[in-house]
Design a protein around this ligand. Sequence first.
Ligand SMILES: CC(C)(COP(=O)(O)OP(=O)(O)OC[C@H]1O[C@@H](n2cnc3c(N)ncnc32)[C@H](O)[C@@H]1OP(=O)(O)O)[C@@H](O)C(=O)NCCC(=O)NCCS
Length: 262
Amino acid sequence: MEEPRARRIHSSKEKKIKRKEVLEKKRAIDEVIKTAYAEKDHLSSFPPFRRYDHNGLSVYLESGLGEKLSSSMKRYIQNLLKVNMERPYGPEWPTEEKVKRKEMVSPDARYIIVRQAPDAKVDDISKAEREMCSTCWMGDGDPVVGFVHYRFIVEEDTPVVYIYELQLESCVQGRGLGKFLMQLIELIARKNRIGAVMLTVQKANVSAMNFYRSKLRYVISTISPSRVDPLQIGAEKNYEILCKTFDREAKTKLEVCFICYF
Ligand SMILES: CC(C)(COP(=O)(O)OP(=O)(O)OC[C@H]1O[C@@H](n2cnc3c(N)ncnc32)[C@H](O)[C@@H]1OP(=O)(O)O)[C@@H](O)C(=O)NCCC(=O)NCCS
């Protein structure tokens, strides 16, 4: 039976409105990402986060761009990634290392670089620890002791800050610096009207998993393999995708499991 003309017109109008809404939503999301990328130094909005003087550490932060990394910085990043991540990745490391090498210099890659302050007191980091750190940094300027690589991307039609890497040298770990950097990233997200911070953690990286989940209250995202398909893909994959959301829409799309309501 044919649909009455009036109903056809009505439903085609509805479709048009829906299409318009979808397009407007997409435009709004693209605008959020574009605006976030237009700012070249996200640190400039948060002067108190330029420096960290706590728990025997004196370090300062600077912003960086993937496509402008010096060769010594690229070498340093590769070294630190190998030192910290070879073990959790296990046999997947050689492939992953190549992927990370490409990601490192992407035009979308944004960095927060952590350097040891020149006026750090001698006893800020013990001599043995200092030697461990400075063996890694061979470039100009104050010794680099860690970095964050983050990007602005869209997941489930939601703009998010995705942390590609958060890497600290062992001599500066466990002194609150990781938490401080994560707070900064969350502030960058909120300032740019971005509803969530996301990241990937290897299941074998138990200490990082504890850090994010127990200390920083990140949760396993709905898009993580273990939630998409717990029995098969979830069991096969060696990683989880974690998130922290700041608004209702991001929470609904990235955190909440509707099945859990029933
Ligand atoms: C994971 C990492 C970024 C954490 O940073 P960090 O500076 O060492 O951690 P912090 O000192 O900021 O820890 C913050 C809080 O978490 C706690 N914490 C740190 N590591 C923890 C762990 N393994 N388990 C439970 N809690 C932990 C600290 O006690 C601290 O608690 P407090 O605020 O009550 O004092 C850092 O250790 C690191 O670079 N590790 C190697 C690389 C890596 O695994 N990166 C993550 C890849 S996804």
